[in-house]
Design a protein around this ligand. Structure first.
Ligand code: FES
Length: 424
């Protein structure tokens, strides 16, 4: 029940609050869409806190956005182990960078009397939630490695299901507590955006970067000098912001792979015939996979039994992959008694796909090394919290009649089917 509230109710409340709250603030007082600068009260700590915090969080958010909007692209990218390591290292580095900045900002708010005077309770709540969020993110990425990979087939489909108004919490309910808290806390932060200084993320002062410098004419020499210094500072801030936007843009290009296309464009590179063929073949394969996926979905919607395999083709030491009624990967083996044994191939830890080879009577999840007993599906070791669910089956004979009394002399004639409603 609380899962439904945290992962369905809370997200929709948060998104509703975000949209309505921000529109209301824009309409009622558009000048309140800012973070109320306290720079004139204290500059030094602000610089050391604000710059790392903003650079860190922008990169982290971009990474999350790419994972949630282009999961297949990211999954393909991080299937190269070197790229996966690089992504994880970049993510962790920038998260630590953001955390350092946040801690400095927090201390500044608590210890400087002048800043304290302009600090609201909401500022402290938001700073606390952000600190908790970054810590949970760092814990998630260190305790449950390779998030850039597993999040693409667990968190990304969950987020997409929320935005498509078809919420599916099965992707997150079996997640470890830390990951669940990270998700729920993110929704809470989104909920608070319109009521806090976080709303300034919708007020990027882009025109400030490109407008002409303002000319202020003073009569007094002293004031004139002060203006020159202030203008020089403003100019250097502009350069800094432009550089920041440039770096962020560069990262976006890099991460989304657009650079791959832009560079050959300027180089005038032409694809060779072989490369074009490969490209077309890739596209064809993708289209075939998409069609196959749709066929599987419609078969599961319309049929009461789904064919898995001929019993004679199943092996005891190597599982045959198939797709269950929930469109999740599953494995079919032959048990020692000659009858089928079917398991969900979705690891109960973070949803990675189980390897189909049996070694020493065990099945392996490669993501964080969990072993499962091939006879029972029970966890032998590793972080998986629950056994692999067994999938019920029926046998049909060569006349496509359901076998009610198994004749062990005819096992090779039997076909294995899964049944609608039996494994939901
Ligand atoms: S997903 Fe972590 S052990 Fe399987």
């Amino acid at each position: 029940m609380h899962d439904y509230f945290l992962f369905v109710g809370l997200p929709y409340i948060a998104l509703f609050s975000l949209i309505v709250g921000v529109i209301y603030r824009f309409n009622s007082d558009k000048y309140s869409i800012s973070s109320l600068s306290s720079q004139f009260l204290e500059k030094e700590k602000l610089l050391w806190g604000s710059v790392p915090w903003h650079i860190g969080i922008i990169v982290i958010l971009l990474g999350h956005i790419v994972a949630f909007t282009m999961p297949s692209f990211l999954h393909a990218l991080v299937s190269n182990v070197r790229i996966l390591y690089t992504f994880e290292a970049i993510g962790l580095t920038f998260a630590l960078f953001a955390l350092c900045g946040l801690v400095i900002l927090f201390i500044r708010r608590l210890r400087n009397a002048r800043i304290q005077a302009v600090t609201s309770n909401m500022d402290l709540v938001v700073l606390s939630l952000l600190t908790i969020q970054i810590l949970l993110g760092i814990l998630t990425s260190t305790l449950f490695r390779w998030g850039a990979s597993w999040s693409t087939h667990t968190l990304a489909p969950y987020i997409q299901s929320i935005f498509l108004f078809r919420p599916d919490i099965t992707y997150v309910t079996s997640m470890p507590l830390i990951v669940k808290l990270h998700i729920a806390n993110a929704w809470l932060i989104i909920l608070l955006i319109p009521f806090s200084r976080l709303v300034h993320i919708f007020a990027l002062p882009l025109e400030y970067l490109f407008r002409l410098p303002q000319i202020v004419v003073w009569n007094s020499r002293k004031q004139e000098e002060a203006v020159i210094v202030a203008q020089a500072e403003a100019e250097s801030r502009r350069y800094f912001l432009k550089a920041l936007i440039g770096i962020t843009g560069g990262l976006i290009l890099l991460v989304t792979g657009i650079a791959d296309k832009v560079i050959p464009f300027f180089r005038g590179a032409e694809l060779t015939k072989k490369e074009k063929e490969e490209l077309l073949n890739n596209k064809l394969e993708k289209m075939k996979a998409a069609i196959k996926q749709k066929e599987l979905e419609s078969e599961r919607l319309t049929k009461d039994f789904i064919y898995v395999a001929d019993l004679k083709d199943l092996k005891t030491d190597e599982g045959m992959y198939f797709t269950d009624y929930q469109m999740k990967p599953a494995l079919a083996f032959k048990g020692n008694n000659g009858l089928p044994v079917l398991y969900s191939a979705k690891c109960t830890h973070l949803g990675c796909t189980i390897i189909n080879k049996v070694k020493d009577g065990k099945l392996l999840c490669p993501c964080h090394i969990s072993h499962f007993d091939i006879k029972t599906g029970n966890v032998i070791d590793g972080p998986a919290p629950k056994p692999l669910p067994q999938i019920k089956y029926i046998l049909m004979d060569s006349n496509t009649q359901i076998v009610t009394n198994i004749d062990t002399t005819k096992l090779n004639e039997y076909k294995v089917y899964i049944v609608k409603g039996e494994n939901t």
